[in-house]
Design a protein around this ligand. Structure first.
Ligand code: AMP
Length: 124
């Protein structure tokens, strides 16, 4: 399967330093920053620096080092924010049905309040 990456997406611009972000953590292959429109008291996005559209793209084409770094970056963000205490939710939207707005892989880390059911309405 081949995935087409759009170089003009907003996270590509963040990675190129063309627009600012509020960085939480930067590692060799990953970047974590605050979501601009937080949906919970803690809302952080973790992205790989590599140009991957979706989680399955990343799983298919990223190196073991990138995958390990990304996974550990998510874990380190959770640790920094003390999320082991009350918990958190990870979301990675993909494509049309996943309602992905920005076509660069990102994991949402959501926490800080009880988040409600995972999917609000099956009919939406
Ligand atoms: P998704 O719908 O899963 O693609 O989520 C995209 C997320 O990116 C949304 O939660 C937006 O609020 C967030 N977002 C869009 N632009 C920016 C930006 N410049 N800095 C930080 N977060 C952003």
């Amino acid at each position: 399967m081949s995935f087409e990456y759009d170089n003009q997406n907003i996270f590509a611009k963040i990675l190129r330093g063309e627009i600012p972000n509020k960085t939480v953590l930067e590692t060799e292959y990953s970047l974590a920053f605050l979501d601009i429109q937080p949906q919970a008291p803690v809302h952080i996005l973790v992205i790989p620096k590599g140009l991957y559209v979706t989680y399955d793209h990343f799983a298919q084409d990223a190196s073991d080092a990138e995958i390990a770094d990304f996974t550990r970056c998510v874990g380190e963000v959770c640790r920094q924010y003390g999320l082991e205490k009350n918990g958190f939710r990870l979301i990675a939207n993909a494509g049309h049905d996943g309602v992905q707005d920005v076509p660069h892989l990102h994991v949402h880390v959501l926490a800080g309040r009880r988040l409600g059911r995972m999917i609000e309405s099956a009919s939406q």
